[in-house]
Design a protein around this ligand. Sequence first.
Ligand SMILES: *Cc1c(COP(=O)(O)O)cnc(C)c1O
Length: 355
Amino acid sequence: MYPKLLIYLDRIRENAGAVVSRCKAKEISVAGVTKGICGHPSVAQVMLEAGCKWVADSRLKNIQLMREAGVKGPFMLLRIPMACEIDCAVDLASATLVSTVEAIELLERSCAAKRKSHGVILMIDVGDLREGILPCEVEGIGKSLKRCRWVTPLGVGTNVGCYGGVLPSPDNIGELVQVGHDLEGLLGCKLEFFSGGSTSSLKLLEKGELPEDVNQLRIGEAILLGRDVTHRQVISYLRQDTMMFEAQVIEVRSKPSAPKGELGADAFGNAPKWVDRGVRKRAIIAAGRQDVRPEGLFPTGKGISVIGASSDHLLLDVEEATFSVRWGDALSFYMDYGCMLAAATSQYVEKVIVQ
Ligand SMILES: *Cc1c(COP(=O)(O)O)cnc(C)c1O
């Protein structure tokens, strides 16, 4: 049944292999990030087979799903934990990203009760303003880590290009390394990981500008889609046809391109703006904002463009399509990260593994 999200495992394997070998050449290990595809176990398995050392996800539900499907891990919880999920995090993951004394103390208490150790990576905010301690806070939180018996400080990490849109640079990743060395001094031991960011950091790696001590990257988008949204580009040495969205045409008609009647807001409260291009042939496909992010959907058919969408209908201009689009046809699309996330999350989209 349509709509479908086609997942091409061999192509994802190829991407994962290419990322792993480029990182390996610089002595960097890769944590494969599965949250974009809701922790699909087959994708996680492929990442591990291609040489990723960790499976990392932001959601414990995804980690649980992967474990139940027999994926071995080790698993890393990518989102700094909620108080209510600390116990589960200790049960399901081997390591968690942290940025607060509260989380560290709760983790320690939970680990002690279970007599189980758990790794933490301390997140450092170097300017993107999402999670992480400010570099000046390292002493305080270092003291809290030093008091732990069960919680093991594995390293430091940073996140850029996520909220503030700050790009990784030798300066800001250098700051991460510096804070990591400060923490080593405070703890009196070496840290295993200097986790220098995500897909957006690959560009620094390519240019040879990633600070030397960085030895781990957490990579999702590059492996899953061969894209780097923060630099607004596709990654030339990776494939973008790893996942495709397919949906079925439910109406084809020539209609005026500007609506007629008094204009209010659309179903999402936006006031749409129209350019009158005369009468054009348009197609409706049976998928909408509940399934995809229309702005991130790119038709594979030449001459087809996305005009807009409501919750359940996606409107396409097919006037200049190089083939005839007919009722009942299935059309296919490339996706960006946001669109993949929506399609993976929608229960109405069938996920189809293609070997
Ligand atoms: C999502 C996420 C990543 C992976 O980001 P990509 O851009 O998909 O490579 C890495 N680290 C953290 C903390 C994340 O939340």
